[in-house]
Design a protein around this ligand. Sequence first.
Ligand code: NAP
Length: 266
Amino acid sequence: MTQVKVIIAGPRGRMGKEAVQLVQSTENYELVAAIDYKHDGKELHDIEGFETIHIPVYGEIEKCLAEIKADVLIDLTTPEMGMHHTKTAMLHGVRPVVGTTGFTQENLLELERLCQEKEIGCIIAPNFAIGAVLMMKFAQLAGKYFNDVEIIELHHDQKLDAPSGTAVKTAQMIAEVREQKKQGHPNEKETIAGARGADFDGMHIHSVRLPGLIAHQQVMFGSEGQTLTIRHDSYNRASFMSGVKLAVDTVMNIDSFVYGLENIID
Ligand code: NAP
């Protein structure tokens, strides 16, 4: 089995902690460095929760990649830093696996162009939960038969971006097959701004933020006399890790850009 040398950006974060555990517990993965802007120059074992892990921590990716040889960068930070880390990794021949959400369409196009130019694998997955990917695929299938759909995404209240990357991706996938329609009554009026949620190609996306939630999404379809509800719930962040592993294994064997885990599961 090929040994895969991994760098994790954002190791103290909720996702980052799980990713550190995943890499540490996977036989052919080796955690070689971490990127954490608050702990430049330290070792990971200096940071609470990682007492047994002896790898260097860098505040900046440039210095990290100049000193450390790696195959894959797993990024679980913020959209702005994630964009910078992903570009820099590709420029250094390191394959990015990005879970960070909140990239714009322009960001994605820029990354795709760089990926093609460098001919290096890059996987960006707004949702690593296999169940969530299936929920998106099932919703796309239903979108062929139902023109009316509302997406309700529910997340913890520390989430920075709204709507979620998964909700936008779901809407894009449905839009590929759904007959275009502006939903609701043609004369409907919001008496409180935002009451009908965000408009994506005539579909509505509603974002709920509450403490206690992790990551959940419900896609509701309606037509004459019937509704169909497809729902996925992630109850903890470990639910994302089998998808991260799939992405790391896959990115080692491709030289193209992949946006969405649905493109690498059968
Ligand atoms: P989180 O707990 O806030 O973690 C983000 C971490 O990134 C924090 O530790 C933060 O440090 C750190 N960070 C910020 N700037 C950094 C930089 N320049 N260098 C290194 N680290 C930096 O958030 P999370 O829940 O783990 O989520 C992380 C990202 O993954 C978000 O974009 C989220 O939407 C996304 N996410 C994706 C999936 C998926 O399946 N793809 C699932 C869940 C979440 P400080 O807090 O000290 O600033």
